[in-house]
Design a protein around this ligand. Structure first.
Ligand code: GDD
Ligand code: MN
Length: 383
């Protein structure tokens, strides 16, 4: 799991001439960044202070921010090897960035914290000590424990956060004061086995970790203050509510219904409404022949679905520019084949058992699964 013991490495690798082997640091602090150029140097400085005397590194995982965050992190790393930067191209998303950063670490312990100075870096040493003591696998900074605070949240965000906490407690049975925290530290060997089940989509990586094998981790919570953001702005918008609902569903169904598939189906349902609307406009207002109107409505609905899926379902790998155009063409072709198989399956079921609704449902389901699986492979190619 740790990438191979020295015994299985070729001899040339075990004895690099002139340099003694340098063990991995004890702690990696993974910091996801998107347009945090002004915050990176301040955070690096603060970490150096807070973790003086510890064996640590910080790994900024940047999604190719247009403001040049990665270059700033690399410039610091050039003279301080404790500061590393991982630049992801063509991908977006907080959870995915954290996941990849955590997996890129060799350290015994891995922490996650935001770049924007909203989390308290002074808590890292306390978290580290708790993990070192061996009485827990995961330490979580809680805004809602006595002594903690959430001053950095707007009124509306605070209300949403409390509501989400309540849902998590009721539905997933996770009994933590702040399962939505973005600041935590975990033993890497406790994390690695869970990693394949963690969704790279969305923003709630801690919740995902907690919900993946409930009860398998020994968790402690430490009170912490969530400060106001100083520079830059929050990237979490109202779309995260959708991500949250999808993650809840995925975990409630034991990952049988993936968050992506759920979003894909929701988009498909909205496409149905668009289809009917377009059809009524085309037949009533434009007075097109039915066949032409139905074709037009179908193309419109598929285009609608493509745009929405690109915006929500695959927002971490959104296609832009030329790739948007070729993606749309591919999606049209895939969905056309999906429609043909939909009709084929439905007719076959209908011949077998003449319940119209059963046949219709079976056809629609197979068509949707086809569209989902094939477009995942040929339109939005990454996971
Ligand atoms: N690599 C990468 N990619 N980083 C991202 C992305 C992304 O798409 N989106 C956001 N980030 C980084 C930001 O740069 C910041 O360092 C951190 O993730 C948190 O993002 P914010 O945009 O500051 O989010 P927030 O302050 O609204 O949300 C925080 O608080 C929530 C609790 O209310 C986060 O810590 C959440 O994880 C937390 O749940
Ligand atoms: Mn923030």
């Amino acid at each position: 799991m740790d990438g191979g013991s020295p015994a299985i490495l070729p001899a040339t690798l075990t004895r690099a001439p002139g340099s003694a082997p340098r063990p991995a640091p004890e702690l990696s602090v993974v910091v996801p960044t998107y347009n945090e150029r002004a915050n990176v140097p301040i955070l690096a400085e603060r970490l150096a202070h807070a973790l003086a005397g510890c064996d640590w590194e910080v790994l900024f995982v940047d999604d190719n921010s247009p403001d040049g965050t990665a270059a700033v992190a690399r410039a610091i790393g050039a003279t301080d090897s404790r500061v590393r930067c991982m630049r992801r191209i063509g991908r977006r998303g907080l959870a995915g960035a954290c996941l990849e950063g955590m997996l890129a670490s060799q350290a015994r312990y891995v922490a996650v914290m935001d770049a924007d100075l909203q989390h308290d870096e002074k808590l890292l040493v306390a978290m580290l000590n708790r993990l070192r003591s061996g009485d827990c696998d995961l330490a979580v900074a809680s805004r809602y424990l006595g002594g903690g605070s959430a001053e950095g949240l707007s009124k509306q965000r605070a209300r949403a956060s409390r509501f989400a906490n309540m849902l998590v407690r009721r539905l997933l049975g996770i009994d933590l004061s702040d399962p939505m925290s973005g600041h935590f530290m975990i033993r890497r060997d406790a994390f690695e086995p869970l990693a394949p089940a963690i969704s790279s989509q969305g923003f709630k990586i801690l919740l995902d970790i907690l919900a993946t094998k409930p009860g398998s981790l020994r968790v402690v919570e430490l009170p912490s203050s969530f400060h106001q953001r100083r520079h830059g702005e929050s990237k979490l918008d109202s779309k995260v509510a959708l991500d949250f609902a999808a993650l809840l569903t995925a975990k409630l169904t034991n990952d049988a219904v993936s968050a992506r598939f759920l979003l894909f189906c929701l988009v498909g349902l909205s496409g149905l409404a668009v289809h009917l609307l377009a059809l009524s406009v085309a037949t009533q207002l434009a007075a097109l022949a039915f066949g032409a109107a139905q074709t037009l409505a179908t193309v419109t609905a598929i285009t609608w679905n493509f745009v929405l899926n690109n915006m929500f379902t695959y927002r971490d790998q959104r296609l832009t520019g030329w790739r948007f155009v070729t993606g749309l063409i591919r999606f049209q072709v895939i969905c056309a084949i999906g429609a043909v198989s939909n009709v084929g399956i439905a007719t076959w079921v209908y011949d077998y058992d003449s319940k119209w609704w059963l046949a219709g449902l079976a056809g629609a389901l197979i068509g949707t699964v086809w569209n989902f699986v094939v477009s995942a492979a040929f339109v939005w190619r990454q996971r």
